[in-house]
Design a protein around this ligand. Structure first.
Ligand SMILES: Cc1cc2nc3c(=O)[nH]c(=O)nc-3n(C[C@H](O)[C@H](O)[C@H](O)COP(=O)(O)O)c2cc1C
Ligand code: SF4
Ligand code: SF4
Length: 301
């Protein structure tokens, strides 16, 4: 089988997941190519060498990121091409369920057979920082979900949900502000000169070249921001003010070293039947992954 993994990433969680998935599929004897979406280049790709494509995206505002949607809409997929979705996000509330609905519609119009869809767990790059021990536990669940994905996709066992009405409505309502939110919000972005060490990391890494220096050397922002959080998450001095998101207390600074975290020793379970509050939704997610894994691989408790 020849497979192309196409993904968009802001802060590299989806890149990490894609490299794991690539390794898994190659171990099955598949030939796997990878295309990371460059938001400034939506050229059509040649899909003729491929039997199947995998589409990876983080969830932004209960939807796929605008840059990802634009790329998919610009493509012409051959009829009959097989596809699967591997999305990821920090929460698993059902409000996120319909996050792939817009591009699924486009895929169906092109005659692409989208048979499988999986929601992986990755830490928030916005809102609040996840504890590393929890991230370790999430990555362990992701490994199980990768087992399930590879088994089902390889054996053509469909796994695609029918979205309920209310997540579809949530996705429609919240996704719209997401499309323009970055452009508007970037009027409020600024760099704290006292903290900044002029490393240029933010300028060099911004996926839309939205950050520049004016003639006086001051760091400024254009207004074509994806709200990907790459600049503010990785700024070594936490010098970037990200507008209303920061005013809401939603800025996270400092990336997650996922390679290091996955090497950590497993600790006591963090999500349990007694978990309440924000992470309560993980109970159902873990249970679904464990149940399906057991059905396929006959795990013993
Ligand atoms: C603008 C924005 C909106 C987000 N919205 C959601 C959301 O609706 N639901 C969710 O679970 N996570 C949300 N997240 C968190 C990301 O989906 C999560 O951190 C993801 O792993 C980031 O992937 P990346 O590093 O490949 O960009 C959001 C992140 C950003 C930057
Ligand atoms: S990444 Fe941070 S410290 Fe480096 S140039 Fe940008 S604002 Fe300054
Ligand atoms: S300005 Fe920052 S948040 Fe906006 S696209 Fe560039 S790196 Fe991403």
């Amino acid at each position: 089988m020849r497979c192309l993994l196409i993904y968009y990433t802001g802060t590299f969680n989806t890149r990490f997941l894609t490299s794991k998935l690539k390794g898994r599929l190659e171990r099955e004897g598949w030939e796997v190519d990878v295309h990371e979406i460059d938001p400034l280049d939506n050229r059509r790709l040649d899909y003729s060498p491929y039997d199947i494509i995998g589409l990876g995206h983080p969830i932004y505002g209960y939807c796929a990121p605008w840059a990802f949607l634009k790329f998919i809409r610009a493509q012409k997929f051959p009829r009959g091409l097989r596809a699967f979705i591997y999305k990821n996000s920090g929460e698993t509330q059902h409000a996120n369920d319909a996050s792939s609905k817009y591009f699924l519609r486009k895929l169906r119009r092109d005659g692409v057979k989208t048979e499988n869809e999986y929601h992986f767990l990755m830490p928030y790059n916005i809102h609040f920082r996840f504890d590393e021990k929890l991230v370790k536990e999430m990555l362990t669940m992701d490994e199980k979900l990768l087992d399930i994905l590879v088994y089902e996709v390889k054996n053509r066992i469909p796994n695609i949900k029918r979205y309920k009405l209310w997540p579809r409505i949530v996705s429609s309502v919240v996704s719209r502000p997401q499309y323009i939110g970055g452009d508007v919000n970037s009027f409020l972005y600024k760099v704290d000169k006292d903290k900044c060490i002029d490393c240029n990391l933010c300028i060099n890494r911004c996926p839309t070249k939205n950050i520049f220096r004016d003639t006086e050397g001051t760091i400024k922002f254009h207004h074509h921001c994806l709200m990907c959080m790459r600049c503010s998450l990785f700024c070594p001095k936490d010098a970037i003010h990200i507008g209303f998101l920061e005013d809401w207390g939603w800025k996270v600074n400092g990336g997650y070293d996922l390679k290091k975290i996955e090497q950590m020793e497993p600790g006591d379970p963090i999500i349990t039947d007694k978990t309440t509050g924000f992470f309560k939704c993980y109970i159902e997610t873990y249970a679904n992954i464990n149940r399906r894994h057991k059905e396929i691989f006959g795990d013993t408790d």
